[in-house]
Design a protein around this ligand. Structure first.
Ligand code: ZN
Length: 325
């Protein structure tokens, strides 16, 4: 029998069942909420073997046929994060945990930062080393051995939700970050408007994720591990856009319904035909769509930003005090 998992944040194991979701091959994932501190997590966890098998077979990021759409999105995001980093510090040493192929590190290196990466995927870390010439280790935070108070910046983007023991890992990061260093974390945000609407069907729920943080639980775990949150924002995702529709599950619902009536293929073909006609002025077309998106989504984006209801949580934390051994 798989074991009940006690709360990583407070150590207790009294929890409420929130949702059961079925993923690949009908694997049930049970999402629970700690009665004591409110942390939302998966219990029981998949076994290490099950996890390894899943990551090997299904995790898009670790595949060699990882598409250019994902790659472009990652490069854009890396540039955006790097611009944010530059507001805090112009130069120094950076460790990117779960660095993937190393896009953020490459940008940092081009801007004269000393760069280090950590990545569990053999494929992605090999790519970072061999193709981009970056200093990237293959392994987990627990396995890595960095000197204490070494880094100015540590980034962990879309990683903390995958960790087995974020509390222990954050304590370790506290030791290797310089006294005035900065930790930047990005993770799916369970306090988002999308979760409130879609609940069990929220896109943040994922077979690879062990933890789902709200702003409150994120602050608690960081305080407990010797950090102080100095800035917390949620990323607005355009509500009225294809991504917004996807996040609400509406896009899938429409496609599935059309599929049932055998219409999906026809519609996809017509969309393709229209797209090929506007190909000549594609950049202009995209510019118009983007401008319309900005206008259309401006009110909801302001509202969601003000009340921290965006679907991704972005946290900046300073090292508060050294954690005792
Ligand atoms: Zn708890």
């Amino acid at each position: 029998m798989p074991e009940k998992v006690s709360c990583n944040l407070c150590g207790l194991n009294n929890y409420q069942l929130l949702h059961i979701r079925y993923f690949d091959d009908k694997i049930p994932i049970t999402i629970v909420k700690c009665d004591n501190c409110g942390l939302i997590y998966t219990s029981p966890k998949l076994t290490k073997q099950e996890m390894e098998k899943l990551y090997k077979e299904n995790y898009y990021y670790f595949r060699s046929n990882y598409t250019s759409t994902y790659e472009n999105r990652d490069i854009t995001k890396a540039q955006e994060i790097f611009n944010r980093i530059q507001k805090f510090k112009k130069k120094g040493s950076i460790l990117d945990i779960g660095c993937g192929k190393g896009w953020l590190l490459r940008i940092a290196q081009e801007n004269n930062w000393k760069t280090y990466g950590l990545e569990v995927s053999r494929y992605a870390s090999n790519y970072a080393r061999k193709k981009l010439g970056l200093n990237v280790l293959t392994g987990t935070i627990a396995e890595a051995n960095f000197p204490s108070q070494y880094f100015d910046i540590i980034t962990m983007l879309d990683v903390i939700e995958h960790l087995e023991n974020p509390l222990n890992d954050l304590m370790k990061l506290n030791k290797i970050l310089k006294k005035d260093g900065l930790l930047i974390i990005e993770t799916p945000h369970i306090g988002s408007i999308y979760y409130k609407i879609t609940r069990k069907y929220w896109v943040g729920f994922n077979i690879f994720h062990n933890y789902y943080f709200s702003l409150t639980t994120m602050k608690k775990i960081l305080e407990k591990t010797g950090f102080k949150v100095i800035k917390a924002v949620t990323r607005p995702v355009n509500f009225f856009s294809t991504e917004g529709l996807w996040r609400l599950g509406i896009q899938d619902f429409i496609l599935q319904t059309l599929d049932k009536f055998g219409k999906a293929k026809k519609i996809k073909e017509s969309v393709k035909a229209v797209k090929s006609k506007v190909e000549i002025s594609r950049s202009k077309f995209l510019l118009v769509v983007n401008r319309l998106n900005v206008l259309l989504n401006f009110p909801t984006n302001c509202l969601f930003a003000k009340f921290n209801m965006g679907d991704q949580l972005l946290i900046y934390a300073k090292r508060e005090e050294a954690v005792e051994e």
